[in-house]
Write a protein that binds this ligand. Sequence first.
Ligand code: SAM
Length: 191
Amino acid sequence: MPNHPNPITVIRLGYRVGRDPRINTHLGLVSRALGADEFLVSGDKNNKMFETIEQVTKTFGGTFKTNHLDAPLKWIRKYKSEEIEGGFNGTVVHLTMYGEDYRKVVNDIPKNKPLAIIVGGAKVPASIYRMSDYNVSVGNQPHSEVAALALFLDKLQNGNSIDQKFSNPKLEIIPDLERKNVIDHSKEEEE
Ligand code: SAM
C-alpha cells in the first residue's frame, strides 16, 4: 500500500494573491497525486485555485479536499493536541532547508498518527519551527517547495507515492505508447 496509513494534510503558509499562483496550484496537485488527503492554504483567499484542484479531483477521482486556513498557528496547536476537543494527536513536519535530512527523519515519523506537512511562504515565523515536531530539509540548498514536497511524500511512502488509487474517476489514463488512451467512465454510465 503506497499511502501513509493515516491521513496526510499539506499546509501552504502565507499565500499572497498575484504571487506565484501556479506554484500554489502545483502544490495542491502534487499533494493529491502523491498521496495526501487534504490541502490547506493560509494567507489570501484564492477560490479559483481551489476550483482548479477540485476540478482535477472531479475528473480523475478520489476524495481530496482543499480549504482555506484562517489561523494556522491555532490550527497546528489543535491538530497536535489530544486534549483539545477536535484535536488529532497529529504529527507536524515543516519542510525547510535549515532542517534535518529528510532521508533520516522519515524513519522516525510515527505511522500510527495523522501527519501534517507544512510548506513555507515568503517568511516563515519562528513559532512554526518551534511548534513542528520535525524541521526537515530536502538538501540544504534553497529550491522549490513543489520539489521538496514531492521528494518528501515519495520517501515517506518508500518510493511508491505515484501508486495511488483514485476512486470513481470520470477519466482514467491507460499508459499507451501508440496513442492517447483515456477511458471515459462518464460515457459508460450513460450507456
Ligand atoms: N525564504 C524562505 C524561508 O525562509 O524559508 C524560503 C522560501 S522557499 C521558495 C519556500 C518553501 O520551499 C520553504 O519555506 C520550504 O518549505 C520549501 N523549501 C525550499 N527549499 C527547501 C529545501 N532545501 N528543503 C526543504 N524545503 C525547502
